[in-house]
Ligand binder design. Sequence first.
Ligand SMILES: [Zn+2]
Ligand SMILES: [Zn+2]
Length: 401
Amino acid sequence: MNNRYSIIMLQEEIKRLARLYAPEFIEVRHHLHANPELSYEEYETSKFVQQKLKQIGIPFEIKATTGVVGLIQGKNPGKKIIALRADMDALPITEENDVPYKSKKQGLMHACGHDVHTTCLLGAAKILYELKDKWEGTIKLIFQPGEEKNPGGASLMIKDGVLENPKPAAIFGLHVHPGLQIGKTSFREGKVMASADELYITVKGKGGHAASPHLCIDPILIASYLIIGLQQVVSRNNNPHNPTVLSITSFQGGNTTNVIPNEIKLKGTFRAMDEEWRYKAHALITKISADIVHGMGGEIDLVIDVGYPSVYNNEKLNALAKQKAGEYIGNDNVEETEKRMGAEDFGYYSQQIPGCFYRLGVMNIEKGITSGVHTPTFNIDENAIEIGAGMMAWLGSSIAL
Ligand SMILES: [Zn+2]
Ligand SMILES: [Zn+2]
């Protein structure tokens, strides 16, 4: 068989198996959806994934307590090593969907589609294992915990050596996209998602009777100036072409009309797409805050909780993947992902090895499936699972680096 012929055959085989096993994959998704677990508590989910890999015959290791890493060797296993990643955690949201597979756990829900990601990767694993004499290289399956919560399961998996022994040459991750029609996927090269750091600020003044402000140091007034002052980090220091967000999202303190409180607590988020600027901005936030607060006679306690780095899609890998996706579902169904200031801990992988984070369309307007992720009515058109699992198998096995 020549190479071109065998690659066409491979695609046909993947599509055939994805279609054949789609009902089984949907059952897997129903099980995961009905049994959500919070970040870093994915014990049952992890066991379920392990059980499925065992059934298929794929060896695996445990990393970062609940993470599972499987290896599938194709022909010539040393030729290329590709990692495929899924996240497994759910959110503290009460599900409002009236479906037979509704969350069995009050207050917990797979509202970000990580049940779908885990299902697609398990599906891809089954297909790739069955066809392992028809593709070259090794596939590393990464099922990770804690995408939704700092420090990010990806960072723990990396600390636990997931990118070594063997070291993948590239990594793919997918995310369901409720704004993208079923049947479509989307890609984008370069910076696609932002870093996200949390700000915790305490402004300390001197409380007292509101009728005697001259005897107090008013932290409410200081914090108000501080919020305005912080806006200059983005508006006056950042290059306008460089996407950045600084939002103060919580202002807490004081509880009556005639008392000036001792202190105010602020919270906020800082998001950027350039790692160098990100840390420069942290220094600016610290300096501007201290200058304003000290200048008005107060004291400040400022903590920047450093979160996920930005997600960077390697240009070459993204171009190859986009082309492969086009071969699989037709070029008309491959769109350009919009840039967004949301964060994803896939950023940790993409800062270390060539990565490609792409979107899977799950919206279906006719079926009324349009709710956004992180909402109590989020759901997907489950026909997306056949595409998601099949295309992940296709990308992992057919990409020539
Ligand atoms: Zn999420
Ligand atoms: Zn997510």
